[in-house]
Design a protein around this ligand. Sequence first.
Ligand code: A2P
Length: 363
Amino acid sequence: MFSKGTYEQLPAHNGSTTKTRHWKTKRVCVILLVFFTLGIGLHGTRFTHSFLGTGRCSRYNSSTGEDLPKHYTLPSGDKIPSVALGLWKAGKNEVGRAVQTAVKSGYQHLDGAWIYGNEAEVGAALKQTDTPREDIWLTSKLWNSFHDPDDVESALDESLSRLGTDYLDLYLIHWPLALNKDGSVYNQELTDDPYPTWKKLEELVDKGKIRNIGVSNFNIRRIQNLTANPLKYPPAVNQVEINFWFPQPELLAWSKEYGILLEAYSPLGGDGRVGETLSVPVVKEIAAELDITPAQVINSWHVQRGTVVLPKSVTPCRVEENLHITKLPDELFEKLETAALLHEPKRGVNPSKGWGIDFDIFD
Ligand code: A2P
C-alpha cells in the first residue's frame, strides 16, 4: 500500500526583479496575449493545434473517451486500463513528476520495467500521492539476465521493493532472450525453451506476488513455443512495438483469436519518429476534423484497434493530453488504418545487434 502524502512542490522561481526584466516580461506577455487572442479568434483551437504542432504542448479537447473501452478484462477477471503512462526512457529526476502528473490527471496504469532503472523514483512518487494501491495498475518486466528459475523471485522482489508494493498487477518476460548473469553470452537452452522461467512465474502468481503474467516482444512462433507446454496460466498479454509505421496487423488478428491482449509500446513512433507520426497528413486531417490533437488521434486509433496504448511522456501537459482518447468515426478510423497498412512496415526497436547475439530476436 502506498502511504499518503502531498504532491511534490515545483521549485520556486528565482527572485531576481530588475526593472529591465519586468519590462521585458511585460512586453513578451502583451505580444503573446495579442497573438493568441488573434489566433484563437480567427481560427479557433485548430489554429493553436496547427501552429504549435508537435513541438510542445498544444491545447486539446478534453474528450472523455466514454465510447472507447476504458479497460480490458483479462482471463483472471482483472480489468486492465486501456491507457497507461509508458515509463521507458523516462529519465531520472523527471519520471517522478510525470508519475505524479499522471495520477493527478486520472491515469490508473503505469507501465515500467526493472531495466528502465527508474522504479525507485516511480515508487517514491507514488508514495507521495493519496492513491490506494488497488487503484493503480502496476506492470513490471523480468530482465533477460534473470530468466534462470532461481533468479526470478529475487528479481521480482527487487522491483516490488523499489516500487514500494507487495504485488504487481502484471509481470512480463521482457524479451524472449535468456542472458547469462554477467550479460555476456545468452543461455541457449532457456532461450529456446522459456517454460522453466514461466513455471516459476506461475508459482509467484500462486504466492500472491503477481496477479497476471505475460510476455513482451514475442512473435507468434515464440508464443506457440511457450504455449505448447502444459501452462497453468497462459500469457494474458504480449507487449510489442505497434505504431503507424509498424502496425502489426497479423499479430493483432492472431492475438485476438487466441485471447492474448496486445499492448502497444512506442505507440507514437518512439522518440525518433514522433514528429513524423504526428505530421502524417491523414493524422492531421482527422485531428482537425475532430478538434483533437494528432497524438490523441493516434492514441485513440490504438485503443480502437483493441490494444492497450502506452504513450511515454515526461511533459506534464502531454501526459494529460495522452489520457484523453475518443472513438474515431468508422470512416476516419478506416482511413487511418489504411494509411498505416499502405507503406512498408518499419520497426523502430530492435536491440539484437546491440546485444551481440547471432540471430534476430524477432525471427
Ligand atoms: P516527452 O517525453 O519529452 O514529452 P512513444 O510513446 O511513441 O515512445 O513516444 C515518446 C515520445 O513522444 C517522447 O519523445 C515524448 O516526449 C513524445 N510525446 C509524448 N506524448 C506526446 C504528445 N502528446 N505530443 C507530442 N509529443 C509527445
